[in-house]
Design a protein around this ligand. Structure first.
Ligand SMILES: Nc1ncnc2c1ncn2[C@@H]1O[C@H](COP(=O)(O)OP(=O)(O)OP(=O)(O)O)[C@@H](O)[C@H]1O
Ligand SMILES: [Mg+2]
Length: 262
């Protein structure tokens, strides 16, 4: 999203001036806060990654033999450190998504984004005993940021796998819906109660029904929604408790431009 320059209509410039100054000062404060969060998260991230590396060295026995008790303690440390690292990554992603900075490419093929994401989720799906089915026509193009769109599909697929039962299926489908490209991710998992279907898009909200089952920070869907909206798209969910959930995304299709002669 480009930075908007605030300007008053010429005939009212004197009345508008203090309001615009106030808005400009607020905009600067928001930008400074975002920068501060980003710097802080980066610093914490590098420190923790360093510590995490030492935990791995201990666990691998590189620094000498360890007892079972020590192994157990180190494994707990590794898990807790991974959870904080994940939280920091999600916070960084959220700050970037909210700032709306997109690296726009004129033509991102959604089929490629989906295939890429499915490949990277295969291991997690196998571990959870979940089968992923893909239905994806080639060459549905949107103007957008390929990396951020990949993050959107990754988050939805990761949720679908996380909240599925072993032996069930996750279906991801891409469709040509006129002016929009549709992406849906459907699972046969735990489902979301009607009263929670809006709340899951709030920061840090995690359903008490699912959170015991799986790790997470409750920021994934906030990031997803911010990225989808920065692309001018929409996201919504349909779900039934105990039956499963389908997340839908609609993204504006790339406008066909007059082609120059080859
Ligand atoms: N496919 C799904 N099936 C059932 N519940 C879901 C599904 N997707 C999301 N939820 C519910 O919405 C909550 C918020 O999801 P979100 O992706 O924002 O966070 P998370 O997955 O818990 O953590 P994170 O994505 O930050 O690692 C989840 O904790 C879960 O309760
Ligand atoms: Mg998630």
């Amino acid at each position: 999203m480009a930075k908007t320059t605030l300007a008053a209509p010429a005939e009212h410039s004197a009345e508008w001036s203090p309001i615009l100054q106030e808005l400009e000062s607020l905009r600067r404060k928001v930008a400074e806060r975002a920068e501060f969060v980003e710097d802080l998260a980066h610093e914490l991230r590098s420190g923790l990654t360093f510590l995490r590396g030492y935990v791995d060295l201990f666990l691998a026995g590189t620094l000498g033999p360890i007892s079972d008790k020590q192994r157990h303690a180190l494994e707990v440390m590794a898990r807790r450190t991974d959870a904080v690292l994940h939280l920091l990554d999600q916070m960084l992603s959220l700050e970037r998504a909210r700032a709306g900075h997109l690296e726009l490419s004129p033509a991102v093929d959604i089929a490629e984004v989906v295939q890429h994401s499915v490949q990277s989720m295969r291991v997690a799906a196998d571990q959870a005993g979940v089968q992923i089915e893909v239905q994806c026509p080639p060459c549905l193009l949107v103007e957008g940021d390929a990396r951020r769109l990949l993050q959107v599909v990754d988050n939805l697929l990761s949720n679908a796998i996380k909240f599925s039962y072993p032996g069930s299926k996750v279906r991801i489908a891409v469709s040509d819906d006129g002016d929009e490209v549709g992406i849906s991710v459907a699972d046969e998992g735990v489902g979301i109660a009607p009263e929670e279907q809006q709340r899951i898009f709030e920061r840090f909200y995690r359903s008490p029904r699912g959170s015991g089952k799986a790790d997470g920070t409750g920021l994934g869907l906030v990031i997803v929604r911010a990225i989808v909206e920065a692309h001018g798209g929409r996201i919504w969910v349909e779900s039934e408790l105990g039956k499963g959930s389908t997340f839908h995304i609609a993204l504006p299709k790339r406008q066909e431009r007059a082609r120059s002669a080859p």
